[in-house]
Design a protein around this ligand. Structure first.
Ligand code: SAM
Length: 376
């Protein structure tokens, strides 16, 4: 069937039995990823101002080629790759039907990257984890590597062993899953890029319940890679009082007891990424590139606006969880954030959950700020 996306008409497989993910005809298409694709196009537009020399774009897991088609419409020199012959034919037909240049190739993307790289922009959009493709992408990417991961359970520690195996890190199943998942992913990608003496700095990231997406800008050089690795470290988390502390460095010092409440139920996660997951100015620039012909323009603008304002802490608190601890009825989120700021703390909402709050304040400081004398 034909669908309209971003002002283009693209032929995609029909979803079977009303499933949201189409696999009819063997080729994959997920209509619910339109937001991800709209943000990708806006990012490709904004990235051109940042790095005008970025010209080639590899849609590394093309399926219908919808990402490649949209990138080609932006003037990028596109290669769509897939190991599925039907997907390659469909991607080629979609480029052709839209009168766009670009090629669709039947290749394993790891081999293609080593044989035909470097590509200026490499877009990894796999089933599940991107890790089997990360080495080739960072070894043969020049400017920007865009990565989707849909294996959120391993990433956030809900499937701990799978997370340890895939990401070479210990993610912990805390009450800040989206941050944990995203930061486990970025840590693994940064460490992979460092193997090739490259710094991979996240300039934009967003997370939902079903996937994490991050855009990493590359800089070659051992010194740059070393500096980037400084953003990796550990988070200690008390399961009883919600205390947490982030420490940079490759080795985590053991924490036997929580310094706040004395509990020995302290989890340590890492190595995870503790640096910024987005550059606020770049997120604003991407937001300006969202156009009304995008089906998810409204959500994309809201998402990018929140990402641009989001505080850069590696964990967040769930406001409802805090009030449950405090035995008080929750107040509105905006008021909550305002009270924290009014008490002199940095605070913001987070883009992935309506009840998520980020703050530099500790739990007792937050309690004091929002409940004051009422909570005693
Ligand atoms: C999740 S789909 C991609 C969806 C697509 N990017 C979109 O936006 O609709 C993953 C695709 O990766 C392809 N794939 C899996 N392993 C691959 C490999 N080693 N090299 C190239 N493509 C591969 C699969 O055939 C499948 O079409």
């Amino acid at each position: 069937m034909d669908i309209e996306e971003g002002g283009l008409t693209v032929s995609v497989p029909e979803a079977r039995d009303g499933a949201s993910e189409g696999t009819g005809g063997g080729v994959f298409f997920n209509p619910t990823q339109e937001l991800n694709r709209d943000v990708t196009v806006a990012t490709l537009r904004a990235y051109r101002d940042r790095e005008p020399r970025a010209a080639s774009y590899l849609d590394a897991m093309a399926a219908s080629g919808i990402r490649g088609v949209r990138a080609a419409a932006e003037g990028y020199d596109v290669t769509c790759a897939d190991v599925d012959d039907e997907a390659v034919k469909l991607a080629a037909a979609n480029l052709d039907a839209n009168g766009l240049d670009g090629e669709a190739v039947h290749r394993d993307v790891n081999a293609l990257l080593y044989d035909e790289g470097p590509f200026d922009v490499v877009d990894l959009d796999p089933y599940g984890t991107p890790i089997p493709f990360a080495d080739a992408a960072f070894a043969n990417g020049r400017n920007l590597v865009c990565v989707t991961a849909t294996d959120t359970a391993p990433l956030c520690g809900a499937h701990l062993n799978s997370g340890i195996r895939k990401y070479g890190a210990v993610p912990r199943n805390t009450d800040y899953h989206p941050e944990m998942g995203l930061r486990t992913l970025i840590s693994a990608l940064v460490r992979t890029a460092a193997r090739y003496d490259k710094a991979a700095t996240p300039i934009l990231s967003h997370v939902s319940r079903h996937y994490a997406r991050t855009y990493l800008e590359l800089e070659s050089g051992a010194r740059a890679a070393d500096d980037c690795l400084d953003g990796v470290g550990h988070v200690d988390h008390c399961e009883d009082c919600l205390w947490r502390a982030a420490t940079r460095g490759h080795i985590a010092d053991p924490v036997d007891a929580c310094p706040e409440c004395g509990s020995d139920r302290v989890l340590t996660a890492g190595p995870i990424w503790l640096g910024p997951v987005a550059e606020p100015d770049f997120a604003r620039a991407v937001r300006r590139e969202v156009t009304d012909d995008m089906g998810e323009a409204k959500r994309a603008r809201k998402l990018l606006g929140t990402v641009a304002r989001e505080l850069d802490t590696p964990t967040h608190y769930d406001q409802h969880r805090l009030y449950k601890e405090w035995g008080e009825p929750a107040i509105g989120m905006d008021e909550f954030v305002e009270r924290l700021r009014g008490a002199g703390h940095e605070a913001s909402r987070a883009h992935y959950r309506g009840t998520a709050v980020k703050s530099t304040a500790s739990v007792p400081e937050m309690r004091e700020a929002v409940l004051g004398g009422d909570g005693d």
